[in-house]
Write a protein that binds this ligand. Structure first.
Ligand SMILES: [Ca+2]
Ligand SMILES: [Ca+2]
Length: 449
C-alpha cells in the first residue's frame, strides 16, 4: 500500500513538473521576440585607448599593414597624404553566430571634399592590401563602406553602404558601388565635432547599421542607417578596418573597435574558459603580464620625471588634441555669448535713457508751443518736431534690435561666424547709441537756454 502511494506521489510530482516546464516554455517563446540578446564584450577582438598600442607599435590581438600608424589612443589608418592605404585586422578568426561591433572614428581633412573613405569588414580572409578602401577586392563576406568621394558625380556622397560578396564580385569603384549596395544611407561623416560611432549588429541573419553622427557627446545617440535581412555571411572570419586616400586626402582615425558576442535569450552564453585552449590562455596571460609590467615601468618613469604631479589621478593629466580643440571652441563661444549678453544689458539701459530724453524734449516743445501762442509754427519748433520723430524712429529700431538678439533666438552651436557678425553689429550699435545720447543732451541744453 505504501509502495502504491509513493508511486502515485512520484507520478503526480512528475506531471506537475512537466506541466510547469511546458508553461515556462510557452512563456519564454512568447517573449523571445521582445527580449534583447545577451551581450558579452570580447577583448580579443577589440581595441581602444588610452593604451591601445604597445611600445613596439603593435596592437594586442590585431595586425596592422600599409600606412596604418597605431598610437596610444587611436589608429591612424591613413594619414592625410595622397594615395595612402592602410588596414588593421584581427589576428584570429571569429566564429560567433550573432555579434555586434561598435566602431568610433574620425574622418577629417581641410578640403570641402575628401577621399576615399573607410571600410569595416567581416571576411573569411584578411584583406591586408588592395584597391577597395585599402583592402582586397573580391572578398568573401561583408564590407560596410563610408564612401567620402563622389566618383560618379551624382552628388550622393558622403554615403554609407553595405556590400556583400562571395568572392566573385569586383567592386564598382567608379560608380560608388551603386548597383552592388544591399543597403545604403546618406550621412556626412567628415569633420564632425565629436567622433562618429557606427554600431553594426548581425543577429538572426539580419545586419543592421546604426550611426551616431558626431554632433553630440552622447554615446548612445544612434540613428538607424540601414538594414539587410536574410544576409548570409561566412561562419567564421576576420574583422578589419581599412581606409584609402586618392588625389584628395583625409585623416582616417579609428579610436576604438569593440566587439560583442550576442546570445539569443534563453540560450546559455558559452563560458569564457571553455572556449580558450590552455596554451592560448597561457600565452594571453603572459602577454597581459608583460603589458602590465611595461605599464608599471612607464608609470614609475613618469613619476620620476614629474615629481610634482605625484598622487594626482592620471586621467586628469592628459587631454587629447581633439578634446582640447572642442574645449577651446566651446570656451570661445561661451565668452562671445557672455559679451553679447553684456551688450544687450547696455542696450536696454540706453533704450530707457532714450525714452526719458524723448519725453523731456516733447514736454519742452509743448511748453514752447503754448508760450508762442496760437500763431504759425516757427522754424525752430518745426526742427524740434523732426528731431522728435527721428528720436522715435531710433527708439523703434532699438526695440527691434533687442528682439533680434540671440538671447531671444538661442545660439546655435558652431555658427561662430554669425555670432561674430552679430557681436560686431551690436558693438557698432552701442557706439551709435552713445553718439545719439550725447546729441540728445545738446538738444536739451539748447532748449533750456
Ligand atoms: Ca567613392
Ligand atoms: Ca556617388
Amino acid at each position: 500500500m505504501a509502495v502504491c502511494n509513493a508511486r502515485v506521489f512520484i507520478l503526480s510530482f512528475l506531471t506537475a513538473v512537466i506541466f510547469h516546464r511546458s508553461l515556462a516554455n510557452v512563456a519564454a517563446e512568447g517573449s523571445t521576440s521582445e527580449e534583447s540578446p545577451h551581450r558579452r564584450f570580447e577583448y580579443k577582438y577589440s581595441f581602444k585607448g588610452p593604451h591601445l598600442s604597445q611600445s613596439d607599435g603593435s596592437i594586442p590581438f590585431w595586425i596592422h599593414s600599409g600606412n596604418a600608424i597605431p598610437s596610444a589612443d587611436q589608429v591612424r589608418i591613413t594619414p592625410s597624404l595622397r594615395s595612402q592605404r592602410g588596414s588593421v585586422w584581427t589576428k584570429n578568426k571569429v566564429s560567433f553566430e550573432h555579434w555586434e561591433a561598435e566602431v568610433t572614428f574620425r574622418v577629417s581633412g581641410r578640403g570641402r571634399m575628401g577621399a576615399d573613405g573607410l571600410a569595416l569588414w567581416f571576411t573569411s580572409e584578411q584583406g591586408l592590401d588592395g584597391p577597395v578602401y585599402g583592402a582586397a577586392d573580391t572578398w568573401n563576406g561583408i564590407g560596410v563602406f563610408f564612401d567620402s568621394f563622389d566618383n560618379d558625380g551624382k552628388k550622393n556622397n558622403p554615403a554609407i553602404l553595405v556590400v556583400g560578396n562571395n568572392g566573385n564580385l569586383v567592386y564598382d569603384h567608379q560608380n560608388d558601388g551603386n548597383t552592388q549596395a544591399l543597403g545604403t544611407c546618406l550621412r556626412d561623416f567628415r569633420n564632425k565635432p565629436y567622433p562618429i560611432r557606427a554600431k553594426i549588429t548581425y543577429y538572426r541573419k539580419t545586419l543592421t547599421v546604426f550611426i551616431n553622427n558626431g554632433f553630440t557627446p552622447d554615446k548612445e545617440d544612434y540613428e538607424f542607417c540601414t538594414k539587410v535581412e536574410n544576409m548570409i555571411i561566412p561562419t567564421e572570419g576576420f574583422f578589419g578596418i581599412s581606409a584609402a586616400t586618392g588625389g584628395l586626402a583625409d585623416d582616417h582615425d579609428v579610436l576604438s573597435f569593440l566587439l560583442f558576442r550576442l546570445t539569443e535569450p534563453g540560450q546559455q552564453p558559452p563560458s569564457v574558459d571553455s572556449e580558450i585552449p590552455k596554451e592560448q590562455k597561457d600565452k594571453y596571460q603572459e602577454e597581459f603580464q608583460n603589458f602590465q609590467q611595461e605599464l608599471d615601468k612607464k608609470k614609475e618613469e613618469f613619476q620620476k620625471e614629474h615629481p610634482n604631479v605625484q598622487g594626482e589621478p592620471m586621467d586628469d593629466l592628459y587631454e587629447s588634441v581633439n578634446d582640447r580643440e572642442i574645449r577651446q571652441v566651446f570656451e570661445g563661444q561661451n565668452r562671445i555669448h557672455l559679451e553679447i549678453k553684456q551688450i544687450n544689458r547696455q542696450l536696454a539701459m540706453i533704450l530707457d535713457e532714450q525714452r526719458r530724453y524723448v519725453s523731456v524734449i516733447t514736454d519742452e516743445v509743448a511748453k514752447k508751443g503754448t508760450s508762442a501762442g496760437s500763431g504759425q509754427p516757427d522754424s525752430a519748433s518745426q526742427q524740434l518736431s523732426s528731431v522728435i520723430s527721428t528720436q522715435q524712429e531710433l527708439l523703434r529700431n532699438l526695440n527691434e534690435l533687442r528682439w533680434d538678439h540671440p538671447e531671444n533666438t538661442r545660439i546655435k552651436p558652431l555658427k561662430l561666424l554669425n555670432i561674430f557678425q552679430m557681436y560686431h553689429y551690436h558693438n557698432i550699435s552701442v557706439r551709435n547709441m552713445h553718439i545719439a545720447m550725447d546729441c540728445n543732451k545738446c538738444i536739451i541744453q539748447t532748449l533750456n537756454t
